[in-house]
Structure formats: C-alpha cells, structure tokens
Design a protein around this ligand. Structure first.
Ligand SMILES: [Zn+2]
Length: 190
C-alpha cells in the first residue's frame, strides 16, 4: 500500500544523495520516478537535486502555486514513486497534495527535508509532514563542532558569526548552515 514518508535530518545528513539513490534503485528496475525540489533552494541552480559528493540531476521546481498532483496526473508513463527534496519549503496545501498522490493515485511519496529552522522552529512543510506522514524517519549526522548527534541547524553570516534572528528563509544570502547538537546551538564554539 502506498504511503507518505517523511525523512528529515539536519544539514548535511545526506538527504539529497538518498533521493538520488532511491531514484536509481527504481530506475534500475525500469520503474519511473518523479523528482520534485523547491523552487526556492538557492544552494545550487533551481531545478536540480544536488548532493555534496557531486552527483546531481534535474527535478521539477516547486513554487508557491505549483500543483503537484496535476503534474503527477499529466505523466504518460506509470510513476512508481514521487520524491520531494527540500520538502520543508512546501506550504500546507502542497503537503495535502502529497497525501492525495498517496491516497487517490496510490503512488508512494517520499519527502526529504529539514525539520527545524535556524531558530529551532518548525518549517511549514515539516510541520505538516510530521502531522500527515505515515512513516517518519530521522536521517542522522554528527554535530559540526563535537561528537554528539546533530539535531539543529546553526546559521552563520559571511564573517562566520552565529545568527539567531532574521527571516526563516534567506534567498540569495551568503549565510551558511552547520548541523549542530543542542548544546552547540545554544552556545556555538565560534
Ligand atoms: Zn555539538
């Protein structure tokens, strides 16, 4: 039975490489996948899923008014799985579209993304994925500064100083993000 999966993790927990791996596993068996990514993501060109180890491939960019269920319906070949990168940037309506892809079209959907923003609040997309997903799985990585598990994301500005105020989503900024544990998020060793 098709299900909605939410696989979340801090920065650099391997979400994009996992999407590329899942897609490869389906396609190796001649099963088609549809890959979406946020149109907001500014780490790379819009419309690509890129992993830090260098692999990348095209994906359908999602904007505020993108109707994912109609895009899936328009496909001529049978889609075996829908993969969504940067799912935290989707709005509530789009998360509900993902539930309909699962429930009405009976296609499994796997959403990958951050759970919490740099101020340790939920993103809208993550909030509704947590509320609506059938399966929720954490992708683990290690704190940038110590040996603990990273559960939070630290924003630093161009000069490398931690930032704790500002917009949740910074477009075109030069800020960077580190995966950190709670202790290092509270008192960054910077
Ligand atoms: Zn730490």
């Amino acid at each position: 039975m098709a299900q909605l999966y939410f696989r979340y993790g801090a920065m650099n927990s391997g979400k994009s490489i996992e999407i590329l791996k899942v897609a490869h596993n389906y396609e190796e068996q001649d099963k088609a996948v549809l890959i979406f990514t946020s149109g907001l993501d500014n780490r790379d060109e819009v419309g690509f899923v890129s992993s830090r180890i260098g692999l990348r491939r095209e994906a359908i960019p999602i904007h505020d008014d993108t109707d994912m269920i109609s895009i899936v319906r328009q496909q001529t070949n049978r889609i075996s799985c829908v993969l969504v990168d940067e799912v935290q940037f989707l709005n509530k309506e789009q998360i509900l579209q993902l539930t309909r892809i699962v429930d009405e079209l009976k296609i499994p959907v796997m959403g990958f993304g951050l759970k919490n923003d740099f101020q340790n609040e939920l993103f809208e997309g993550s909030r509704y994925m947590l509320l609506y997903a059938d399966k929720i799985e954490e992708m683990k990585t290690i704190c940038w500064f110590c040996e603990r598990k990273a559960t939070m994301n630290l924003r630093v500005d161009e000069s490398g100083k931690p930032v704790f105020t500002g917009e949740q989503i910074q477009i075109g900024g030069n800020d960077a993000y580190y995966p950190v544990c709670r202790k290092c998020h509270t008192n960054p060793p910077l």
